[in-house]
Design a protein around this ligand. Sequence first.
Ligand SMILES: Cc1cc2nc3c(=O)[nH]c(=O)nc-3n(C[C@H](O)[C@H](O)[C@H](O)COP(=O)(O)OP(=O)(O)OC[C@H]3O[C@@H](n4cnc5c(N)ncnc54)[C@H](O)[C@@H]3O)c2cc1C
Ligand code: SF4
Length: 326
Amino acid sequence: MRTFDYSRPDNALQAIGRTVNPGRSYLAGGTTLLDLVKLDVMKPTDVVDINRLPLKQIERLSDGRLRIGALVTNTQLAQHADIRQHYLVLSQALLAGASTQLRNKATTAGNLMQRVRCNYFRDGISPCNKRTPGSGCGAIGGHNRSVHAVLGTSDSCIATHPSDMCVAMAAIGARITVQGRDGTREIDFADFHLLPGKTPWQEHALEQNELITHITLDAPIEGGRSGYLKLRDRTSYQFALASSAVIVALEGQRIRDVRIAMGGVATKPWRVKAVEEALVGNRASEELFKRAAAIAFEDAHAYSQNAFKIPLGQQAVVRNLRNLLA
Ligand SMILES: Cc1cc2nc3c(=O)[nH]c(=O)nc-3n(C[C@H](O)[C@H](O)[C@H](O)COP(=O)(O)OP(=O)(O)OC[C@H]3O[C@@H](n4cnc5c(N)ncnc54)[C@H](O)[C@@H]3O)c2cc1C
Ligand code: SF4
């Protein structure tokens, strides 16, 4: 049995503590952390339960952006009136994830910080550079069909980022506010998750023990319509093989503005600006959608079992655009 310290502070500075502790983990909904502690993959020595912190509000700012507390649950966020009205893509992405029970516990910051679903990572014993730096990668040359990427991979790690919520946020655009010992700072959503490169154990831009306090969504696009499309082996309680988050606004028949991000195919939530550029200013058509979607995979690299994700990912973009613009 592994023992750990446990505390339930009332404010963020208490949670962060006075000294840096690499063994400290924050406990929010616990749906990732407790799983991985039981599997002996995460081994915290100091568990700080943050559920008493006042981070459960959703508020609209005067500049039109929406500020979400780190502890807002996935259920609350998906059902919030402002989200349903102005960020439907985010509500749909959240509701496509996990199960009702999990969404009732899972929090916004916890979702951002969830770990990969690669079995070699989770079994606690296989070679895995993310879990045990330098040990190799079981998935390259092993089972790499469903939760392994074709974009953003490296020779060290090819696991997909599993979050649905983050794909929608990548399309919307957001800032992440974090509290450290010396004050707060903001991280652009696009810079928060890191590519695996040669250091796949470094997954995000947080410094040791920094605490996420808020996520602030960019103001919605005027006249935009949006949707999340998740393609998977089973239609519920299953991670994406490929997904797309699309926000699009028309001017007459032409696409005035569009934001697209992909999930299930990449090692981080994957905004595809080149696809957006190929669409803007053009008349919406099936032919255009197909040409643009192909651009997203120009740099794709498939592994032994996941080449099907390239056409599937293109389908996720084409079908989503067609649904929104038909
Ligand atoms: C069976 C199952 C199926 C799932 N299916 C899906 C799915 O289809 N789609 C999907 O997107 N997700 C899915 N998930 C993942 C789920 O969404 C995440 O487990 C959840 O969002 C994590 O949130 P949490 O609050 O429970 O995090 P926790 O488990 O409490 O924490 C997760 C990590 O985040 C850190 N953390 C938490 N809060 C903060 C903070 N404020 N600042 C800094 N670090 C913090 C913790 O220390 C920990 O390392 C599934 C999970 C399970 C168990
Ligand atoms: S893909 Fe990444 S998480 Fe999976 S075994 Fe390889 S290094 Fe580990």
